[in-house]
Write a protein that binds this ligand. Sequence first.
Ligand code: SF4
Length: 240
Amino acid sequence: MTSIDALKITIHMSKYPMEPSQLNYLSAMGIQPWQSKQSMPAPRVQPMETLVNLCASVAHCTACILHKTRTQTVFGVGNQQADLMLIGEAPGFYEDQKGEPFVGRAGQLLNAMLQAIGLDRRTVYIANILKCRPPNNRDPLPDEVSQCTGFLTKQIALIQPKLLLALGRIAAHHLLNTQASLGQMRGKLHSYGTDNTIPLVVTYHPAYLLRNPQDKNKAWQDLQLIHRSLNNLIKKELTK
Ligand code: SF4
């Protein structure tokens, strides 16, 4: 038994709401967040507790070789009841250091893109396909993706977003099970999942846009598509 176990530390989550990156850290410390039944939110918020468990599983995962080189796992961040969920490919250097997806310059650009359509990173949910950084930011290997994909599938099922946004070719290839070019995937609504229940839009990865600013106009078109689609989906739900 560790000294932390002996202390039986609990954190009252209704008093101290935490981001998954913080929960991740607590989990690594062996500290279990506690939530009273009285403070338990309505049904759609119930996933909170399960996301905590999932975050803890990710923090301890050694299923692929990337666990050997990570500083920490990067689970996801944002509103756990978000209508829009953004998915990139994998953590980079800054994400690995901070335990949060899309920080650094690419993260700042993503924040600006969201603000352009009236959103910010606290109103959406942001995650990656891989939860650990590939060395030197290389592309994820098929074995790593297949080992890690179950975590993302559960995250999506728990958050139940109305719309998914794939950031970049690699995320889009995985989510749509295709090898189409980014140009072929942009500009339309796709469907995600075995029962095709969640609409999905594809756009450029912000890191690509930093290297290729001439494509920011096309990214703006994608953002407008996201904005329109999200509004339509929300209206549709309201009229049900
Ligand atoms: Fe586990 Fe995913 Fe990290 Fe690999 S990348 S060790 S599967 S959490």
